[in-house]
Design a protein around this ligand. Structure first.
Ligand code: OAD
Ligand code: ZN
Length: 249
């Protein structure tokens, strides 16, 4: 079976790198962006463009809070997909998780040194002085009517610590992710539509360097044709079985 062969490739690899997208967190209750019933069916991505923050910071934060509070309940927890990746890592079959997600669930599941190429929802950052502060108190201030919330140091407008449309990716995380893609013998992509650059260039880079590509996604992706293994299935089903097959294989 294909799952056995993919597991064997991981078993034999010196370096296996996983890249995840919103699809690994849907089972935790967080909607994805472009899947069925995704966020971009209900919200306009342009509202979350960095130029909107500059033009209309109060409106940006109001919409951002609406989105945030609709998406993140109080008790968001890692699911079987996050746990399987953490387990693969703790049994030394996975070197690193690179994620486009900002929800912190890989770290919560026990993955170490997660490379967060789209930033983190746990911080906010000042547009003017670059100061980074915990995000939840900032959201709380915004909920209380401080629109936009401002830096307590310099008065600059605060920005969520996530990468907005129109912003470059954090240089350090991106170069780390690229180095991992170049080193990978197996590159596993889980729960991503692979439609957003430069994230989608990472599996391409890995494949160009000869890595075995394993995709796990409900839908077809633009890289499906290049994948040795293309599992069109639920990550919470495939990843635990893959982990099981790797450790017993
Ligand atoms: P997308 O929403 O584009 O893709 C998620 C994919 O996961 C879809 O193809 C779904 O079909 C699939 N999916 C959903 N649930 C699944 C499940 N349980 N098992 C398997 N597959 C499942 O999300 P990303 O690829 O992560 O950027 O999107 C990339 C970026 O676009 C995000 O990081 C975000 C967004 O704009 C920023 O915020 C900067
Ligand atoms: Zn500041």
């Amino acid at each position: 079976e294909d799952l056995q062969f993919a597991a064997q490739a991981i078993h034999e690899a010196d370096t296996t790198v996983a890249m995840t997208g919103a699809g690994v967190s849907t089972a935790s209750g967080i909607p994805d962006f472009r899947g069925e019933d995704g966020l971009w069916e209900r919200h306009d991505p342009d509202d979350f463009h960095v130029s909107r923050l500059d033009r209309d910071p109060g409106g940006f934060w109001r919409d951002r809070l609406t989105l945030h509070d609709a998406v993140y309940g109080d008790d968001i927890e890692p699911n079987a997909a996050h746990e399987a990746l953490a387990a693969l890592e703790s049994t030394n079959h996975l070197d690193r998780v690179v994620t486009q997600n900002i929800d912190g669930l890989h770290a919560a599941a026990g993955s170490e040194g997660v490379v967060t190429i789209h930033g983190s929802g746990e911080r906010a950052v000042c547009r003017d002085c670059g100061r980074r502060v915990p995000a939840e108190p900032v959201r709380e201030r915004a909920r209380d009517g401080e629109l936009p919330p401002r830096c307590e140091e310099c008065g600059g407008v605060l920005k969520p610590g996530v990468v907005l449309f129109g912003e470059p990716l954090p240089e350090h995380a991106l170069s780390e992710a690229h180095a991992l893609a170049e080193r990978a013998d197996v590159f596993l992509v889980a729960g991503s539509s692979l439609t957003v650059e430069p994230a989608a260039s990472l599996p391409r880079t890995a494949a160009d360097r000869g890595a075995t590509m394993v995709l796990v996604n409900l839908e077809r992706t633009p890289l499906s044709d290049r994948a040795e293994y293309d599992f069109r299935a639920d990550v919470t089903d495939v990843l635990p079985r893959l982990h099981e097959a790797v450790v017993t294989g």
